[in-house]
Ligand binder design. Structure first.
Ligand SMILES: [Cu+2]
Length: 471
């Protein structure tokens, strides 16, 4: 390992704070703060019932133009003008509990123009109401109620105006959203001092392999506005796609030795799969949750964790004192399943610095297991008798990378108003594939619900050659 050299170069970088310590910079509902063990006692607004106040998070976000300067781990840098909430990249992390009311007051303070329209989408949450556009100069309030039976887990939010998603996500407009574990759910997770939110984004100035990954191209959105009225002004001496964790290039993550620590990975990159290698042995890694859904059993993760755009994975790690690099590992062994394109190239992701008071170092590591996972009744795994032989719906997606106009479903160009009617509560089999896969995988994502595929609940999966049987 080349850690000695790398370490001296990296020591200027930011250190990531765990969820509980970073509380002051997060936006959390009063109940979420009390669940996190915070001593915060905010004052309710006059006239607002204490109970309602407890369960409410009001998030004021103003969408403005921001200048972003990022020092990359290899000594190069990238600076660009983009759209950001309150001028910050990434957007604030939101922390709520099941049953909370999440209220966004969104002011779009950008200049006029098609590419400056925006909206808010809560990725993975079982709530609706995300198709409403906030025009430039407009302010709108969005109220989401997270059902009290909603799964606890790792989610995120971003704008979702059709045709502008690559532009606004590629410009780093995204933030993490955590629905806290209920008291009494997985006991190993109650220690929020060992709980880290890691929002993964990426920037590329030149040599990006795909035009839509290039910062200037993405942010200007020439398909929507050929005149490119949004001024981006990229200055960079870097090349290739560089990953960021919470807005920083290869930050340091401090964890305690021999203590189970949760890493909440979120792939907020617009187009690319990220394959994250586990911390090297003797660190242990367990897969705790996928796409915000805690697994019924936590088992060691042998392979890297593969995150298509939008997907999340929660890991539990436990290490002796060490300094280790956690890397993006674009492994050719996965090319058969993932294809050649839209995969972040291998590079360091962050440094794991395991130091401090050694806890029970002599004790052999036991794998923690969830004692109980609260899931809504509609998320019971389908039984074999429920499995139908025939597809209720067939969806073959055309995802030709070179010509946006060929995006479509079942041979038809994409139409926003196309509707397939589903019956609520009735399981159905969807058969999903990419029509002409070649080497391009494409993420498949459903809003407002999870689906059951290959034995687990997901809301975003990569699809390449094979037809996935999706429940
Ligand atoms: Cu989504």
């Amino acid at each position: 390992m080349r850690l000695g050299l790398r370490w001296t170069r990296l020591c200027f970088l930011v250190t990531l704070l765990p969820l509980a310590e970073a509380l002051s910079s997060f936006l959390a509902s009063p109940r979420a703060k009390s669940w996190l063990g915070g001593s915060v006692s905010p004052t309710p607004l006059p006239g607002l019932l204490d109970d309602l106040f407890e369960h409410q998070l009001v998030v004021d976000l103003t969408l403005t133009t921001a200048r972003v300067e990022i020092a990359l781990h290899d000594g190069s840098s990238v600076g660009f003008t983009t759209r950001a909430y309150d001028g910050k990249v990434p957007a604030p992390t939101l922390v709520v509990t099941p049953g909370d009311h999440l209220i966004f007051n969104i002011t779009n303070a950008l200049g006029r123009g098609l590419t400056n329209r925006t909206s808010i989408h809560l990725h993975g949450l079982h709530v609706g109401n995300d198709g409403i556009v906030v025009e430039p100069g407009e302010s709108l309030t969005f109220k989401f109620t997270i059902p009290s039976h909603h799964p606890s887990g790792t989610f995120w939010y971003h704008p979702h105006v059709h045709g502008l998603i690559n532009s606004q996500l590629g410009g780093l407009l995204a933030g993490a959203l955590v629905v806290l574990d209920r008291p009494g759910d997985p006991p190993a997770l109650r220690d929020h001092a060992c709980d880290h939110v890691l929002l993964i984004q990426a920037v590329c100035a030149v040599d990006c392999h795909h035009a839509h990954d290039e910062l200037a191209h993405a942010i200007q959105a020439p398909m929507m506005d050929p005149r490119r009225q949004f001024f981006v002004d990229v200055q960079s001496n870097s090349s290739g796609l560089h990953v960021l964790v919470n807005g920083a290039s290869v930050p340091v993550l401090d964890v305690l030795p021999h203590k189970w620590t949760r890493l909440r990975y979120i792939n907020a990159i617009a187009n690319s799969i990220v394959e994250i290698a586990n911390p090297p042995p003797p660190c242990m890694t367990l897969l705790l949750a996928r796409d915000g859904i805690t697994k019924p059993n936590w088992t060691p993760l042998v392979e890297a964790v593969v995150l298509p755009p939008g997907s999340r994975a929660d890991l539990l790690i436990r290490c002796p004192p060490t300094v280790a690099e956690i890397t993006v590992d674009r492994n050719p062994a996965r090319t058969g399943n993932l294809g050649h394109h839209h995969r972040v190239q291998s590079q360091p992701l962050m440094l794991l610095r395991v130091q401090g008071v050694e806890l029970n170092s002599m004790e052999p590591p036991k794998w923690p297991q969830p004692s109980h996972v609260s899931l809504p009744t509609y998320m019971r795994a389908p039984t074999s008798t429920q499995l139908q032989r025939n597809c209720s719906f067939n969806y073959a997606f055309t995802a030709n990378d070179t010509a946006m106009s060929t995006f479509g479903v079942n041979g038809e160009p994409f139409r926003h108003e196309a509707v397939d009617t589903l019956v609520q509560g009735v399981p159905q089999l969807w058969c999903v594939c990419v029509a002409h896969p070649e080497q391009h995988n494409h993420p498949f994502h459903v809003h407002g619900t999870h689906f059951y595929v290959n034995g687990e609940w997901r809301d975003t999966i990569p699809v390449l050659r094979s037809t996935e049987r999706v429940w």
